[in-house]
Design a protein around this ligand. Structure first.
Ligand SMILES: *[C@@H]1O[C@H](CO)[C@@H](O)[C@H](O)[C@H]1NC(C)=O
Ligand SMILES: *[C@@H]1O[C@H](CO)[C@@H](O)[C@H](O)[C@H]1NC(C)=O
Ligand SMILES: *[C@@H]1O[C@H](CO)[C@@H](O)[C@H](O)[C@H]1NC(C)=O
Length: 498
């Protein structure tokens, strides 16, 4: 540990005689251009913008997958999803698999140090037989939430906005209604979207207050359902934004962020808490005005273009992180090693893909990360990564459109843009061309050959270190495993209502 970082750690540990608290807020399908602080003209996100104004805002921050479950696996383990087996695609309510229990999550890393741990919101890393993959089996003392996406059940009769505006679309017909779970028990099925966020807010207040009053350091993981389809919001946010249903959902989410900040202030823990905010993957452009916005970036969810995987990210810690903007390269993979460093927790004895961001966050230093790998929704050893970023350059070995991004005019994003191999790869300079419009050629990049050589060398070295874990998702689904509040009822799945 270098001296200046050590002194910061010593400073706050001696002042407050306690370990720092950590809060990770993970938005769902939120694009690079969706927040006020990232330039959206009509989004109302005052509390998230406050985090950005008083914290460190990242411009070059990546998740590891353009879809939900794999991205979550990487955030919680500091490892690419290919290692933990959370591919291809995402987990379903009846999936047999889940995040393997021998993976070490951030919560499991912190438990031995005496942290209180809680997860609230969208889990999406498996339910499994007897709920064996739920958060309470992955290091979290407490859990309240929907254990997968809230469109993974029929929603056409559910109310998404008051007084009785039905949810947009049908969601997944033929699946059990979406459950709200507390610990491993179903509290309500289907969930009531109108009071869901207030339940989450109350849960968060209780958790932070109880931890603060008992002087216990805490880790709160809040993967929100907002702003994933179908958008919903309770009475406080419904109709209150300038941006329609998407804006209302985002505003409700932002209100919860405000609520977290208030609670930290009231309990006197705000100066001893790192809040890290980011999102799981790019916007679901197929929902059109109800989908998110990738700002200047190309395509969105489902693709390995920038719009699919570059995300808003903010690190906030009053008095410790100096406000500013960083263009350094960083990733969700780096959150686990950073939390380990700041808490003094022992790193798991596994191949980690994350690097410690402490210098970058606390001193606006250089990132230890020089590369980022872009795996598609269905990674395989045969195709390996679709793209690789090295410093400011990104090389695409394969490109492909996606249903999730299929409504924008750019042909490359559409589902008809089938898998295309690029040999040599298409290379973009993301600093001068973040939109990935103009591939480099020898005319504009005289060192192209040596750059390409370097990229191929980095790729080969990384691939040699990559051991694909057994796919948890290819273990398939058993409808009998889908959460049902009256397990023996008939006929399923429609009888699962409580
Ligand atoms: C977890 O167990 C599986 C099956 O034995 C093994 O292949 C994998 O490498 C283990 N993962 C870790 C992180 O230890
Ligand atoms: C939706 O509501 C209608 C009218 O209340 C009812 O007839 C229908 O069975 C409901 N469908 C589902 C899937 O719950
Ligand atoms: C946090 O630190 C700031 C600046 O040092 C101070 O003004 C504020 O009162 C502190 N807040 C709490 C809750 O301790």
């Amino acid at each position: 540990m270098d001296w200046s970082v050590l002194s910061v750690v010593v400073l706050f540990t001696t002042c407050s005689a306690s370990l720092p608290n950590f809060i990770v807020i993970f938005a769902d399908d939120l694009g690079f251009g969706d927040l006020g602080c990232y330039g959206h003209p009509t989004s109302l996100t005052p509390h998230i913008d406050r985090l950005a104004a008083n914290g460190l805002r990242f411009t070059d921050f990546y998740c590891t997958s353009p879809v939900c479950s794999p991205s979550r696996a990487s955030l919680l383990t500091g490892r690419y999803q290919t290692r933990s087996g959370i591919y291809p695609g995402v987990l379903y309510p009846g999936s047999r698999g889940g995040l393997p229990l021998n993976e070490t999550t951030i919560a499991e890393l912190l438990k031995p140090l005496g942290y209180a741990t809680a997860a609230v919101g969208k889990w999406h890393l498996g339910v499994g037989p007897n709920g064996m993959y739920l958060p309470t089996h992955q290091g979290f003392d407490q859990y309240l939430g929907i254990p997968y996406s809230h469109d993974m059940g029929p929603c056409w009769n559910l109310t998404c906005f008051p007084p009785d505006v039905k949810c947009f679309g049908l969601c997944d017909i033929g699946t059990v209604a979406v459950p709200l779970m507390h610990q491993d028990v179903i509290k309500k099925q289907p969930v009531n979207f109108l009071d869901l966020e207030s339940s989450y807010s109350n849960f968060v207040t209780d958790f932070i207050s109880t931890s603060a009053f008992s002087n216990q350091p805490f880790f709160l993981y809040y993967p929100s359902h907002h702003t994933h389809y179908p958008q919903y919001a309770g009475p406080r946010a419904a109709g209150a934004s300038l941006r329609g249903p998407f804006g209302d959902a985002l505003l409700e989410f932002d209100n919860t962020v405000g609520h977290i900040l208030d609670t930290l202030e009231k309990t006197g823990t705000i100066n001893n808490t790192l809040i890290f905010f980011t999102a799981d993957n790019g916007p679901e452009l197929m929902r059109m005005s109800r989908g998110g916005n990738a700002g200047p970036l190309k395509c969105g969810k489902g693709t390995t273009y920038e719009g699919g995987m570059r995300e808003p990210a903010i690190a906030f810690w009053p008095g410790v992180i100096t406000p500013g903007v960083t263009h350094e390269l960083a990733s969700t993979l780096d959150i686990l090693p950073t939390i380990a460093r700041l808490s003094g927790a022992r790193l798991p004895k596994v191949q980690l893909d994350g690097v410690d961001m402490t210098e970058l966050m606390l001193r606006h230093g250089k990132s230890k990360r020089a590369t980022m790998m872009f795996y598609p929704t269905d990674p395989s050893e045969k195709y390996s990564m679709f793209a690789l970023r090295l410093d400011k350059y990104k090389a695409h070995f394969y490109t492909r459109g996606a249903t999730h991004s299929g409504t924008v005019p750019d042909q490359d994003c559409q589902v008809f843009s089938v898998l295309k191999a690029h040999d040599p790869p298409l290379i973009f300079d993301l600093e001068s061309d973040p939109t990935e419009n103009y591939p480099l050629s020898l005319d504009n990049e005289h060192n192209l050959h040596s750059l390409l050589e370097k990229i191929l060398e980095v790729k080969a070295r990384f691939e040699a270190s990559m051991v694909f874990g057994e796919s948890q998702i290819l273990k398939g689904s058993d409808p009998g495993l889908a959460p049902c509040c009256t397990p023996l009822c008939q006929p399923k799945p429609s009888c699962c209502q409580c």
